[in-house]
Each structure stands twice: as structure tokens, then as C-alpha cells.
Design a protein around this ligand. Structure first.
Ligand SMILES: [Zn+2]
Length: 283
């Protein structure tokens, strides 16, 4: 997964992602409602929910790169951190409990990535484009408690973020949310809609669970509807699910295309199964 992360970063540097506060637009789309309902279904298998939740964060990370690229947003810092913050900000802005849980699962996801693939004292961990996996995990929790201390205090405590830092997270969140609001405000009343197409490429038998999970979740349809309406995009956009040969996700600026690899979902399944096996079947 470290390899996965490095590849994503290398690709992301050449490309871009973003997201607008659909809450500010006042609407929750049909596809988003469908996705939220699926995630809120008590009968949904916990591992499947974890995989969808982590995929949701990842695809909004890629949307962040897309917006940086298409709107030529100024970036004062590392674009990969901006893409992560965009994903967190956007999901928080939906003000849905299921998306809050998605962000908690995504923080856990980065922690499990660190446990599975993290290597210490490897220079590339420190010079590559991404923050360390554990930093990415803690940044999500920091944003959560920064946005709403009452709701997420317990989560921050579980992650052992001390009180002083929780106060700092509040200031960090306000700065980040204000910045995204400024960047997205020109598009709040946009009337033009982008053309967004989705393609599910075939997956082999070994990736059939990943394929089914992605299709059944309606995740790509939800993101497509969001991209179509809420970000003032004018270019044709493609979202492609593909067997890439590696657990990864990309934004390809040359084609204005987001690519979700079935192998990435498969990897999420592997990691969460191991975690649940050693945790008495619980998440
Ligand atoms: Zn990226």
C-alpha cells in the first residue's frame, strides 16, 4: 500500500481534485440520497460499508485534484493535503450521519494502511508528496473535532488528541472551510451543467466482489451528479472503474478523468478483514 500511495501521489502531482459544498447549494441529490441510504442500512455488512466509506473518501480526494486542475486554484502547500482536506470538508458539509461515519472509517483506513504497509526510516516516506498515513488519519479526526467539538469530542478522545490540539483543530478547520468556501462561492449559482459519463469496465472473477460493491453502492453515480451540478465545471468529465493492475485511484488531467481501480476496493476488503479477524469480528 505504500507503493500504492506513492503512485497515487506521483500521478496526483501531475493532475488535480476538489469539491463544492453542495450543502451551500441547498440540495442533496437523488444519487447522494441513495448512497446515504445504502450506507445507513443496518443490514449492510460492516466490511462492505468500510470499503464504500474509504472509496468515498478516495474519490473525493480525486475530485479535489480535478477542481485544482480545472479551476486552476492557487495551492499554498502540498496539493495532496489539500485533496485530503477537500474530501473531508465536502463530506462534513453534507451533514449526514452516514458521511460522518464514512470519515471515521476513512481515518481508521489510513491507520490500517500504516499498520499494513508503513515502513519506518525509509526516506521516501518523508520526501514523497503525501503526508504519512497516520498523519492523514489524524488530520481527518482533527477536522471532525474542529468542525463540531460536541459531536466529535469522543472520537478525538479515542484518537488521543489532547485538549489543546482540539482547540487548534477548531482554528484549522475554520481556516480550511473558509478557504474552500471562497474558492467555491463563484459556482454557487452556476446554471451550466457539465457532462459526466461513467463507465464500468469489466473485472475478472477475482475482482468480482469489488466490482459488485462499487456498482451496488451507487457511489460513482452520486459523485457524477455532484460534479455535474455543483462546481461550475464545463469540460466533459469521465469517471471510470477499471482493473488497473494495482490498488490505486487517479485523476488524469489530460482526459479530465477519475479512475477508480477495482484492486483498491479489493485491498480495502483484505485490510479490513484482517483487522476484524483480530478484533473479534468487530470494526
Ligand atoms: Zn492525490
Amino acid at each position: 500500500m505504500r507503493l500504492f500511495i506513492r503512485i497515487i501521489l506521483a500521478f496526483c502531482v501531475m493532475t488535480g481534485l476538489g469539491g463544492a459544498s453542495t450543502l451551500a447549494k441547498g440540495g442533496k441529490s437523488k444519487s447522494q440520497s441513495e448512497l446515504a441510504q445504502i450506507l445507513a442500512d443496518r443490514n449492510l455488512d460492516n466490511s462492505v460499508r468500510y470499503v464504500i466509506n474509504n472509496s468515498l473518501f478516495t474519490i473525493y480526494h480525486e475530485v479535489g485534484h480535478l477542481l485544482v486542475d480545472q479551476h486552476e486554484w492557487p495551492i499554498l502547500g502540498r496539493e495532496e493535503d489539500v485533496a485530503d482536506n477537500f474530501a473531508t470538508y465536502t463530506l462534513l458539509s453534507q451533514r449526514r450521519r452516514s458521511y460522518h461515519e464514512a470519515l471515521k472509517d476513512s481515518a481508521l483506513g489510513w491507520k490500517l494502511e500504516d499498520e499494513a504497509y508503513g515502513r519506518r526510516n525509509n526516506p521516501s516516506d518523508y520526501y514523497n508528496e503525501h503526508s504519512l498515513d497516520l498523519q492523514r488519519a489524524y488530520q481527518i479526526v482533527c477536522m471532525l473535532v474542529g468542525e463540531d467539538r460536541e459531536t466529535f469530542y469522543q472520537t478525538a478522545q479515542e484518537w488521543r488528541i489532547d485538549r489543546d490540539r482540539q482547540v487548534g483543530c477548531r482554528a484549522d478547520y475554520q481556516q480550511i472551510s473558509r478557504s474552500f468556501e471562497q474558492l467555491l462561492s463563484p459556482f454557487l449559482n452556476a446554471t451550466e451543467e457539465a457532462r459526466v459519463t461513467i463507465e464500468y469496465e469489466t473485472a475478472g472473477e477475482e475482482l468480482s466482489l469489488a466490482y459488485k460493491t462499487l456498482r451496488d453502492s451507487r457511489l460513482l453515480e452520486s459523485v457524477a451528479e455532484d460534479l455535474r451540478k455543483n462546481y461550475g465545471l464545463t469540460q466533459d468529465i469521465k469517471i471510470t472503474a477499471s482493473a488497473c493492475g494495482e490498488p490505486n485511484a487517479f485523476y488524469d488531467s489530460s482526459n479530465v478523468e477519475i479512475i477508480m481501480c477495482y484492486e483498491l476496493l479489493d485491498d480495502y476488503f483484505t485490510i479490513v478483514s484482517r483487522y476484524m479477524a483480530r478484533n473479534g469480528g468487530n470494526l
